[in-house]
Design a protein around this ligand. Structure first.
Ligand code: CP
Length: 308
């Protein structure tokens, strides 16, 4: 059986092109499974997975839990807000206590970049990064590319623009790694203050004019401003940000071609995207969420096969 080259999913940076293709082919199978009347397979009946979330989440947390349950794994959930982390317990102690209950895999979201990498070096379990600060969100990038592949047939050769707060976005970095690995052309667009210096060294181009970027692309991935990570003001007002970098129906209709609109969620309606765009037929936002379950089933299944 084909295997992933990694024992943990810590970031797209650590994957190769074959890993991504294997995850997509496995997800194709699981997508068919979750659309059956019986949406469950017994594959991981002997595996226990802990979802430990130190930061808020709706989509990722529910999607991982559903993916694990669809694979028949035993699942425990941990939320830092209601835990002994508040009493001063360290991350390694917290996780080792969870692992001593015979847990095989840990899915973790953490506000600190590199938290998953750190954990993978100190505990005996397979670690899946569900978002670490402004660093990486690998399963989001995988489901985003998978959704482009589903909509446009392939990722290679497609023009994809990522719009918004690139500086603080783990979704942007993971998407850049994933899209480049698959041969897409990637552009980033946003206020200069929210574009990291030397971002071109990742093989992307920069555009600060949204209309030009949208006229170039096949797919626009709209990001929200990561307000929880903003220590200072990066643009004058939200209204001005929306005027320059928000996508609305009038702008979309005035383009030379029909483009695909994506958003990882949560959406700030009326800021980076208007409701009539988010809910339009050009938007694949809810397809991304649906595909997230199949992608996470594939990732967990493939990693679990390496710990058996
Ligand atoms: N896309 C994403 O990571 O959403 P959540 O923060 O709700 O998990």
């Amino acid at each position: 059986m084909a295997e992933l080259s990694v024992k943990h999913l810590l970031g797209i940076k650590y994957l190769n092109e074959n890993d991504i293709q294997l995850i997509f082919e496995t997800a194709d199978h699981f997508k068919e499974v979750i659309n059956r009347s019986i949406k469950k397979v017994p594959s991981l009946r002997d595996i226990t997975i802990a979802n430990i979330f130190f930061e808020n989440s709706t989509r990722t947390k529910l999607s991982f839990e559903l993916a694990e349950k669809r694979l028949s794994a035993d699942v425990i959930n941990f939320s830092a807000a209601q835990s002994s982390v508040k009493k001063g317990e360290t991350l390694i102690d917290t996780v080792n206590n969870i692992l001593s209950m015979k847990v095989d895999m840990v899915v973790m979201r953490h506000p600190n970049p590199g938290a998953g990498i750190f954990l993978s070096k100190h505990v005996k379990a397979s670690i899946v990064n569900a978002g670490d600060g402004a660093h990486e969100h690998p399963t989001q990038a995988l489901l985003d590319s998978y959704s482009i592949r589903e909509k446009l047939g392939d990722v290679a050769g497609k023009n994809v623009v990522i719009v918004g707060d690139i500086l603080h976005s783990r979704v942007a970095l993971s998407n850049i790694f994933a899209l480049k690995l698959q041969g897409a052309n990637v552009k980033v667009c946003g206020p200069k203050t929210l574009l990291p210096k030397h971002i071109e060294s990742l093989g992307v181009t920069v555009e600060t004019d949204l209309r030009k970027a949208l006229n170039w692309c096949d797919v626009a991935n709209m990001l929200r401003i990561q307000n929880e990570r903003l220590d200072i003001s990066y643009f004058p007002t939200t209204r001005e940000y929306t005027q320059q970098f928000g996508v609305n129906k009038k702008l979309l209709n005035s383009l030379d071609k029909e483009i695909v609109i994506m958003h990882p969620g949560p959406i700030n309606r009326g800021v980076e995207i208007t409701s009539d765009v988010a809910d339009s037929k050009q938007s694949i936002i809810l397809n991304q969420v649906e595909n997230g379950v199949a992608i996470r089933m594939a990732v967990i299944y493939l990693l679990a096969s390496k710990i058996k």
